[in-house]
Design a protein around this ligand. Structure first.
Ligand SMILES: Nc1ncnc2c1ncn2[C@@H]1O[C@H](COP(=O)(O)OP(=O)(O)OP(=O)(O)O)[C@@H](O)[C@H]1O
Ligand SMILES: [Mg+2]
Length: 337
């Protein structure tokens, strides 16, 4: 069975600044052209909501057009199916193949490569942004990762709330420590796996874009090192006094970081602007291949304002690497693809 499809059209009602909007995707590459603030990113956001279940930048109540009481997305696919999403100000409903659900079912999720302008600054961005970036990739690859991460984050929030109370005891934290170490070890293993996968292809892919002999590598630094689940528990416990003093959990995979290494030096301080761009492009190409390999579907590529930021050589590489994918891109200026 071929699970791939092409988006044929997208219709929006009351989605951000769009009262009504229709995008027809006649061929496999679609350009959304318009001035700053006219709602280009919002169209990509709507497609993302229909394919992934929720936005990459905001909760639904912020997306709903001001003064309106519902938003609606209707995405028509070339296999004849439609995805309809309605948010009524309180809850969201997905309608696919006559089935109504409040969450997008796993089998209806479609892989997306999202390329945002801020991704061009990923290498020098904060550990939080880097974690979010790779978390988003992992959650697409493995549904379980997303679930474990959200359970971890819920437990972390509860534990931190307890830590803000003066009367908190070690015993009260115990059940949260169990959850944090269980999910923490699992999340760390998946992060490590992804970094290994990426490193298996990074230098070669980078060289195909940059046409040089540089060696590039992604390094995953877990704050929790190689601790087993029980060690993780013990280390969490050891931090009790410090955690109480600071009012939050100091130990855990929520402190992990990623570093890009460029010829054995941190890319952040040694790679040029162009080299940094080639590195990010390489990462996107690898991400697309991983998603295809693991999920068996060719991801839809959403490029927000990045195409015109690249020089002609990198633009050509991008077109070549995504020639099998449906690409939807936005730009303020005309671009030739
Ligand atoms: N809930 C909302 N209701 C109405 N308008 C909104 C809402 N949320 C955002 N907007 C407005 O929608 C407009 C479009 O935003 P969007 O980010 O999609 O524009 P854009 O075309 O991508 O702009 P840029 O080229 O600057 O990136 C903005 O002017 C924003 O203020
Ligand atoms: Mg935008």
């Amino acid at each position: 069975m071929n699970d791939n499809y092409i988006i044929q059209s997208v219709r929006l009602d009351n989605f951000r600044c769009h009262k009504k909007y229709i995008l027809n995707c006649k061929n496999e590459t679609t350009l959304i052209l318009g001035e700053n603030g006219c709602g280009k990113t919002s169209v990509l956001e709507a497609i993302y909501v229909a394919l992934r279940g929720k936005s990459f930048r905001a909760p639904d109540r912020e997306i709903l057009k001001r003064e309106e009481d519902y938003y609606r997305i209707e995405l028509v696919r070339d296999d004849g199916e439609k995805i309809i999403v309605v948010f009524d100000g309180g809850k969201k409903t997905f309608l696919i193949k006559d089935k109504k659900t409040t969450r997008l079912p796993r089998k209806e999720k479609y892989p997306v490569i999202l390329f945002l302008p801020e991704d061009l600054h990923l290498i020098a961005s904060s550990p939080t942004s880097k974690r979010e970036y790779f978390d988003r990739i992992l959650a697409q690859i493995n549904e379980r990762y997303g679930n474990s991460l959200s359970k971890y984050n819920k437990a972390l929030k509860q534990r931190n709330e307890l830590l803000k109370q003066d009367s908190v005891t070690e015993e009260e934290l115990f059940s949260w420590n169990i959850l944090l170490s269980k999910y923490g070890v699992e999340i760390r293993a998946m992060r490590r796996w992804l970094v290994n996968e990426i490193n298996g292809e990074l230098t070669e892919t980078y060289r195909s874009i940059a046409d040089n002999e540089d060696i590039v590598r992604l390094e995953y630094k877990s704050y929790t090192a190689n601790s087993s689940e029980s060690e993780y528990m013990r280390l969490l416990g050891l931090d009790f006094e410090r955690d109480k003093m600071t009012g939050h959990t100091n130990f855990g995979i929520h402190k992990d970081n990623y570093d890009f290494i460029f010829n054995n030096s941190p890319a952040e301080t040694s790679a040029s602007r162009g080299e940094t761009r080639s590195l990010i492009l390489a990462l996107k190409f690898i991400e697309a291949r991983e998603l295809k390999k693991i999920l068996g579907k060719k991801p839809v590529v959403l490029l927000d304002d990045v195409f015109s930021e690249l020089d002609s050589n990198r633009q050509k590489c991008l077109v070549k690497n995504f020639k099998e994918n449906q690409v939807i891109l936005t730009s303020v200026d005309g671009v030739s693809i």
